[in-house]
Design a binder for this molecule. Structure first.
Ligand code: PEP
Length: 247
């Protein structure tokens, strides 16, 4: 099974989202792909309604660290789950940068998602400068270890890790298949060191960053990669379906 997460980010009006989802619901059919569309909060209920009869899962793009109450403007895990989301992206690099989400905050969000029975897509990845300075391994280890602090091994069954080098997001540049393979191996080693070899082997690891109709050919068969997180190339249903049908 390949896992694919479409990250709609902050795109599409209500009507545009409605026709996109209706198109995806009728046209997506690939029993080798487990597909989640991670949508803005305001479209979650619409997503549940329009995707109910399809195999596509509804996902959120973030959630609050808090459970309830004094957090004006925030959305809790309970709200997401009860509106129809099954999955949620946590720790996307755009949020880490813009909203200063750090390891501690991401750890709290993961715990809240687990409490509310949401599966998690944890995004990790180094910046261009960290990559140039040879800090990739260090950054990845720190991001995983701070995110998973205090978790029980069985909770990892509800988590997927998406390796998204920041320099590859929206740039049209992707690491080579060899590099992706090496990072995925490192991710599994970190999980093995901190939990168990079985946990390292079982962890589902995705790649994200400029996955599109052109790049997918070179990266779709990288050993150890269980799927993809797709941003820009998911926005056009036709283009996205071509990628999905090709997996
Ligand atoms: C992303 O932002 O998570 C992403 C994968 O974007 P893109 O596919 O546009 O690089």
């Amino acid at each position: 099974m390949k896992y694919v997460v479409a990250n709609i980010k902050m795109n599409k009006s209500y009507d545009e989202m409605k026709s996109y989802l209706m198109g995806m619901a009728t046209r997506f059919s690939n029993d080798k792909v487990d597909l989640t569309i991670a949508m803005p909060y305001t479209y979650i209920s619409l997503g549940k309604f329009l995707l109910e009869e399809s195999a596509i899962r509804v996902g959120g793009q973030n959630l609050s660290e808090d459970e309830e109450g004094k957090s004006t403007g925030e959305i809790s895990g309970r709200m997401l789950r009860s509106s129809g989301a099954e999955n949620v992206i946590i720790g996307h690099s755009e949020r880490r940068k813009r909203f200063k989400e750090d390891g501690k905050s991401i750890n709290l969000k993961i715990k809240s998602a687990l409490k509310n029975r949401l599966n998690i897509i944890l995004c990790i990845g180094e910046s261009a400068s960290e990559n140039k300075l040879g800090k990739r391994s260090e950054v990845i280890r720190e991001q995983i270890e701070s995110a998973f602090k205090g978790l029980y091994e069985n909770e990892l069954d509800n988590i997927l890790i998406a390796y998204e080098p920041i320099w590859a997001i929206g740039t049209g540049v992707t690491p080579s298949a060899k590099e992706i393979g090496a990072v995925v191996k490192e991710i599994r080693k970190i999980i093995s060191d901190d939990f168990s070899t079985t946990a390292g082997e079982k962890m589902r690891v995705l790649y994200g960053g400029s996955v599109n109709g052109k790049s997918i050919g070179q990266i779709k068969n990288v050993k150890g990669v269980d799927g993809f997180l797709v941003g820009g190339a998911c926005l056009d249903g036709g283009e996205f379906l071509q990628i999905l049908n090709n997996l």
